[in-house]
Each structure stands twice: as C-alpha cells, then as structure tokens.
Design a protein. Structure first.
Length: 211
C-alpha cells in the first residue's frame, strides 16, 4: 500500500477522549445528545478495533461531573479514566505523559465541551508540535455558535476537522483488509445511520454482496 504522511493509519496516531460525563452532556446544545453518544461510542469502537492507543479523561468525576459514559467504559472496561481538576487536560502531567508514552505525533481528539475542554488541549498540543485531528461530530458545545467558533479557532492554528465515520474508514482504507472488514461493517451497521441501514439491506437482499 502506498505510504502517506497525511492519512491517519492505525500505526501513526493516538486518541484522546475528553470528559464524556453526564454533567457535561447536560449543557450540550450543538448536537442531539443521543447522536453524540452514538458517535463517540462508534469512535471508541474504531480505536479499539484498530488498536489505537487511547487515553480517557474526566473532570471532577466524583464531585461534580459524574463518571464517564458507560458506553465508552464498556469499550475499554479495564481502563480507568484520568480524573482531573484542570480545564485543559494537557495541564495535567498524567495526560501529557500518556500522550508522550504513545510516541505518536498525530493525535485525534474529541470531547465536551468543544469550546473549552476540547479547544484548550488542542491548542496546547499544536504548540507542543503534535498534529491534531478534531472529531467534530463526536464533540459538543453549549451552543451551535460556540461549537462552530471553537472549530474555526482550532483550524486557524492548524487543527484538522474529521468525523467519526471518516476516521473509521481511513483506518480500514481498503476493503481487501479482511481481518477488520466484518468488524468495520458491524460498527457501521450499529452506528452509521442510513449507511448502516444500507449495509443491512445489502446483506439481507443481496446474498454475497460486499460493501
């Protein structure tokens, strides 16, 4: 397969999921909350499938914001999220050290809220020399305007916007990769909306049909 410095691959990136907690999603207005949970769960499953090093964080889990979404914890049942007090997760040495330990310069980030707990570490990571990819449909903000303004701010200093399905398919890249083919389609079926329905239809009505 042709080598590339631009595309995300399972070998060149890590994932940071920031503050997916009840108190944080209560204030989200930029995206339907159930859709948000669906999308970040699909993103987590994509990372698990392709063995992407993943860091989970929470903020004030026991005193204010609640525990990480059970849908995400179920994907990484043995992993304990790093619980912080700082609004910028990269102000916490444990999170910074986790990213360094992964040893990858491309960092995919998603979180709540877009304008604060996503934007702050994205800006810090860019300053530290990372390439940052923000999953815009797996992140949410207090208003649509706040979400859009935060994305624009991050993009202006070098962040690249992506979507969860784009990330999943970018990892797969070639339908001839049979080791992950069925699992990728299962994620799409479970979380991909109309596309997932189309896969179900093809399997039911067109026996032997591929993607």
């Amino acid at each position: 397969m042709k080598q590339t410095k631009t595309l995300l691959t399972p070998a060149n990136c890590a994932l940071l999921l920031i503050d997916y907690q009840p108190q944080m999603i209560f204030g989200v207005q930029s995206i339907d909350r159930q859709t948000l949970v669906n999308n970040v769960t699909a993103l987590a499953k994509a990372a698990k499938l392709f063995k992407i090093p993943t860091t989970l964080t929470t903020v004030a889990a026991k005193t204010f914001s609640g525990y990480i979404f059970p849908e995400i914890q179920a994907v990484f049942p043995e992993q304990k999220p790093i619980d912080r007090t700082s609004l910028n997760s990269l102000d916490d040495a444990r999170v910074e050290d986790a990213l360094k330990k992964h040893g990858r310069k491309k960092i995919i980030m998603a979180g709540l809220w877009t304008e604060i707990c996503l934007a702050f570490p994205v800006l810090s990571a860019l300053e530290d020399g990372y390439e940052v990819y923000i999953v815009v449909d797996a992140s949410g903000a207090s208003t649509t305007e706040a979400h859009q303004a935060a994305i624009q701010r991050m993009m202006q200093v070098g962040a690249t916007p992506v979507t969860w399905l784009q990330v999943l398919i970018e990892f797969q890249r070639d339908w001839a990769h049979k080791a992950t083919y069925d699992a990728v389609l299962k994620i799409c079926q479970d979380h991909g909306g109309a596309y997932g329905m189309g896969i179900n239809y093809a399997h039911d009505m067109l026996p032997g049909a591929s993607e």
